[in-house]
Design a protein around this ligand. Sequence first.
Ligand SMILES: NC(=O)c1ccc[n+]([C@@H]2O[C@H](COP(=O)([O-])OP(=O)(O)OC[C@H]3O[C@@H](n4cnc5c(N)ncnc54)[C@H](O)[C@@H]3O)[C@@H](O)[C@H]2O)c1
Ligand SMILES: CC(C)(O)[C@@H](O)C(=O)O
Ligand SMILES: [Mg+2]
Ligand SMILES: [Mg+2]
Length: 347
Amino acid sequence: MAKINFGGVVEEVVTREEFPLAKAREVLKNETIAVIGYGVQGPGQSLNMRDNGFNVIVGQRKPSKSWDHAVQDGFKEGENLFEIEEALRRGTIICYLLSDAGQIALWPTVSKHLTEGKTLYFSHGFGITYKEQTGIIPPKNIDVILVAPKGSGTSLRRLFLDGQGLNSSFAVFQNASGKAREKAVAMGIGVGSGYLFETDFKKEVYSDLTGERGTLMGAIQGIFEAQYNILRKRGHTPSEAFNETVEELTQSLMPLVAENGMDWMYANCSTTAQRGALDWRHKFRDAVAPVFEELYESVATGKEAERTIKLNSQPDYRVKLDQELKELRESEMWQAGLKVRELRPKK
Ligand SMILES: NC(=O)c1ccc[n+]([C@@H]2O[C@H](COP(=O)([O-])OP(=O)(O)OC[C@H]3O[C@@H](n4cnc5c(N)ncnc54)[C@H](O)[C@@H]3O)[C@@H](O)[C@H]2O)c1
Ligand SMILES: CC(C)(O)[C@@H](O)C(=O)O
Ligand SMILES: [Mg+2]
Ligand SMILES: [Mg+2]
């Protein structure tokens, strides 16, 4: 493990240099890796592992859109694409990549196939951490590991095809074989991680749920809306409000942050902008800090898990989610965004 100083705190990470793909292939050479579920992570992880030379099979309900998606991606029925139970029977490493709510429904089926020597793999600490609510309690005589790519399965695949890699966390919950850690790291390299940092199942799920409800997805939309609304209320046009709220951020400023940090982005803006941003950041931080306290508490007490399980286990959960996404898409702000995107000059 490489020791890296992250802002004054030394942590150990696994890089591709010290754990090359050839080593990962050697560790997993006798394994049949069964990816159960072909939603967002399923395609990204299984295609990267397949391209990396691992023995991957996909298990998916048939007929379903996800089954057709797997066929389009080159998986062949009876060869490396099976109905879920058949994939569970064949797999030695079971990658449980159904939705977190879906994992509860299928657990009685999955657990039947978790015989001694097999490995259960997750990409989220959800099922294990909230076991009182999920009922996911694996048998003691198997390895239970986690590799959680820190980003969308779509980005995992895109970055892999670009020759880069998304960072992932990894963790071991049960080490029946004595080799669980090595297997987890090998899987992390196999799915195309850039580097891997160690965590445990609880920390993974607490940070992940906080992040996606917070700055990564929930808070960012909330802040966009608040700023867009005030600009519109004060007489600005939709195009001006959208450009000043979203387009400039994604097209001009965030790429600079990604490249070289916030101070560098600030330094590439006017001194007027720097003065204002450096003053106002404190007020925004203090205003949202109590919301983040509430959010973390909701995650830690299991309230977020309870709500997710309850709503995403209903038969029409997909219809309802799609309806809410449609409302977002059809809001004035994002309709303005659609037009702004169309006006971007093409290469
Ligand atoms: N989406 C991401 O990019 C992402 C990133 C990191 C980690 N994760 C984690 O990876 C896991 C998989 O997430 P995802 O977003 O790919 O899942 P998803 O919501 O896209 O669902 C995956 C598949 O589960 C199937 N499914 C749902 N309920 C089912 C049921 N009852 N029986 C059989 N099949 C069912 C769906 O048809 C779908 O093909 C989750 O634990 C998630 O938290 C996801
Ligand atoms: C891609 C995310 C938000 O990082 C993941 O955590 C998810 O749940 O989809
Ligand atoms: Mg998540
Ligand atoms: Mg995440």
